[in-house]
Write a protein that binds this ligand. Structure first.
Ligand SMILES: [Zn+2]
Length: 413
């Protein structure tokens, strides 16, 4: 305990805290020769795999993720429903079906990619025990994602003994930490660049994590796409305008189909925006526009992510869908998770294993009136929004057309 306090009290803020703009904290690769060498090694290795791709016929690859919420008691609490919904946003973005896909400038529509990369919250923890894939840790350290231990340069959020949360085995899970991050939205180490294996993964500030209720409360970054952007870095993508520090037309993101771009775009421009003599794809997930703007990854970016997977994470994911397609209906229903977000009064129905058929969903008021009728098909998550109706007690009936199950839900508004 003495050592822990001693170390904890001498934690320092990392120097980049002086950056005032809210954006992605790409690892400080220009800060030291060693980092710069590691960055060059990362680039070389991905290039080699792009030149000599591992021939695989995978249509989908599934990654187990664990979300570590590391917040102060006084900070906004993030509910399981908000986490589940965030993973849904992430999956849609990587499938080329993100919320803004219809807003993409017409000329870039042919580039839209379903990357085949999918995510599911882990259902088994490192000890083999069942889990919902979410951990909660209360810390007393403000802006824990900015703190580093001066002796070891370890980042506090990734270690129990520094007031954070030690992640799960990075060779089996993708660790996502949610913690206060000063003026940053999030960060991720490029493949192979984390100084410690415990630091492999993604860090997101609570202001930009999720999109349900008040999960993300930053006005411009509440669509859940910060995680998509950082996961892009995790899978080896560089910002769309190219190198880490230079803003010019001579560097590249090393992706063939993304237009050359001088520097980042912010806010949410519209129409054609030019630099380097070409129209720029400012709605790409690897630009820095607002969440209402970010729409797609390109096929070239998808190919680069798969090259990075072959080079750095060959055994992290499992080939095939994240949905195991559980049947019959009553077996499926027993594992259904009803996650309530009490801030927004919404439920997220979540089944980690998916379902092969179509679920009919009906909601009745306490006096027996049918207030909502819908179907749920082809997704692990259903967002049950009872906000339009008065608060109170409802009965939700789920049916596969033969059997049905009824559950009482209560909303407070
Ligand atoms: Zn970034």
């Amino acid at each position: 305990m003495h050592i822990r306090l001693l170390v904890a009290s001498s934690l320092l803020f990392i120097s980049s805290m002086s950056v005032s703009q809210v954006w992605c904290d790409m690892p400080a690769i220009e800060h030291s020769k060693e980092d710069s060498m590691r960055y060059d090694e990362f680039l070389d290795k991905v290039r080699q795999h792009e030149l000599h791709p591992v021939i695989k016929t995978r249509s989908e690859i599934c990654y187990q993720v664990v979300v570590h919420i590391v917040v102060r008691q006084s900070a906004t609490f993030i509910s399981n429903a908000q986490v589940i919904h965030q993973i849904d946003v992430l999956n849609n973005d990587f499938a080329g079906k993100g919320a803004n896909i219809s807003k993409l400038e017409k000329e870039f529509e042919p580039l839209i990619s379903d990357t085949g990369i999918r995510f599911r919250l882990a259902s088994i923890d490192p000890d083999g025990k069942p889990t919902d894939g979410i951990t909660y840790t209360f810390t007393n350290r403000q802006n824990i994602a900015l703190l580093v231990d001066p002796q070891s340069s370890r980042r506090a959020i990734h270690f129990n003994e520094l007031g954070g949360k030690t992640g799960w085995d990075p060779e089996r899970y993708i660790n996502i930490w949610v913690g206060e991050y000063g003026s940053f939205l999030g960060s991720a180490f490029f493949p192979g660049m984390a100084p410690y294996p415990e630091e492999i993964g993604v860090v997101i500030d609570p202001r930009s994590f999720g999109s349900l209720g008040d999960a993300a409360f930053h006005p411009f970054y509440k669509g859940g796409h910060t995680l998509t952007h950082e996961m892009g870095h995790f899978f080896g993508l560089i910002h769309i305008w190219g190198g880490p520090s230079e803003h010019d037309c001579n560097d590249s993101d090393e992706v063939d189909d993304t237009p050359n771009q001088e520097g980042p775009y912010f806010d949410c421009p519209s129409g054609i925006q030019m630099s380097c003599g070409v129209s720029n794809m400012y709605q790409d997930f690897m630009d820095l526009t607002d969440d209402r703007c970010l729409a797609a990854f390109t096929s070239g970016q998808s190919a680069r992510m798969h090259a990075s997977i072959d080079a750095f994470y060959p055994d992290l994911g499992s080939e095939g869908s994240c949905q195991e397609i559980v049947q019959p209906f009553d077996t499926w229903y027993d594992k259904l998770i009803w996650a309530n977000d009490r801030y927004s009064g919404q439920y997220v129905l979540y089944h980690p294993d998916g379902y092969a058929g179509k679920i009919n969903l009906e909601v009745f008021s306490v006096d027996g009136r049918l207030v909502l009728k819908d179907t749920w098909e082809g997704s692990q998550t259903y967002l049950l929004n009872l906000n339009p109706y008065a608060s109170g007690i409802f009965f939700v009936r789920l049916s596969d057309g033969i059997q049905d199950k009824v559950r009482k839900v209560v909303t407070f508004q």
